[in-house]
Design a protein around this ligand. Structure first.
Ligand code: PAF
Length: 273
């Protein structure tokens, strides 16, 4: 992989990079399309990263369908598909981790305390191997996007990080590799995440500024679903992820909800016009 990147760069070609854990869906395809549009070569990595899963989470059951992913990669015109193994990425004796402080402590960080350390570490490793000019991440994983941006800034990496809009199913459910875990009933309940977000946007449009009030209504939408259990609903500053009480400009509404055994996340920006 490194040699291919060196060859591309020495011939003056730019590299757009899309890191993924596979089970590719429309969200990934939109990242690949953007990487292709804005760079000379598009690199896609597929690696289910063990260090971002805690014991008891879904590392072993995480959807893996490499043959289908290879077809998607070729259909979307990916130039290089990078498929490292866990042994290559984390050989025996691996001891170095990247820890982005502050923004990793709220939202998902409260429920998955080591998750972002694993994400930042693997993303930095992938960046060092692929040497991209630009890298593409979905805004569905808003906190992850912020963590990667902060790491790139703090560690002086010469890589442009591009956040791309969440791609949704016809009924509003944010596309995610984990949607495949949902049975038919759960799939219907899962729409409540985007419905709750729409409720928050409507309330702000109707001049409600109090976060507590908005969160209360969002909770009602989610709690209407028997299969749903809220991990968190937060209205926070979109840069620091600190909770806010009154929305006076822009805020992030973010939530994580368990639908049966499947943990889903989603978010939207609330803007006061
Ligand atoms: O968003 C993902 O798929 C993963 O967290 C990432 C960025 C590929 C790191 O493993």
């Amino acid at each position: 992989m490194r040699q291919s990147s060196v060859d591309l760069k020495s011939s003056g070609r730019s590299i757009g990079f899309v890191p993924t854990m596979g089970a590719l869906h429309g969200g990934h395809v939109s990242l690949i399309n953007e990487a292709k549009k804005c760079n000379d070569a598009a690199v896609l990595s597929i690696f289910v990263n063990p260090t971002q899963f805690a014991p008891g989470e879904d590392y072993n059951s995480y959807p893996r369908d490499i043959e289908r992913d290879k077809i998607t990669a070729s259909d979307t015109g990916v130039d290089i598909l990078f498929l490292p193994s866990a042994d290559e990425m984390y050989p025996e004796g691996f001891k170095t981790f990247v820890n982005v402080e502050g923004i990793t402590e709220s939202l998902c960080g409260r429920f998955r305390p080591r998750h972002f350390k694993g994400v930042a570490t693997v993303v930095l490793k992938l960046f060092n191997i692929v040497m991209p000019d630009r890298a593409y991440f979905g805004e569905k994983d808003y906190q992850q996007l912020l963590v990667v941006k902060k790491m790139v800034k703090d560690l002086n990496l010469d890589i442009e990080i591009k956040g791309m809009p969440t791609i949704r199913e016809w009924d509003g459910l944010a596309m995610s590799s984990r949607n495949g875990y949902l049975n038919r009933k759960e799939r219907i309940s899962a729409v409540s995440l985007s419905t709750a977000l729409k409720t928050s946007q409507e309330m702000v449009k109707n001049d409600e500024r109090r976060a507590e009030k908005i969160i209360g209504e969002m909770e009602k939408v989610i709690n209407n679903e028997d299969a749903a259990k809220i991990d968190y609903i937060s209205i926070c500053d979109p840069d620091t992820l600190k909770d806010i009480e009154i929305i006076d400009n822009r805020a992030l509404a973010a939530l994580a909800v368990r639908i049966g055994k499947t943990r889903l996340i989603d978010n939207c920006i609330l803007e006061v016009k």
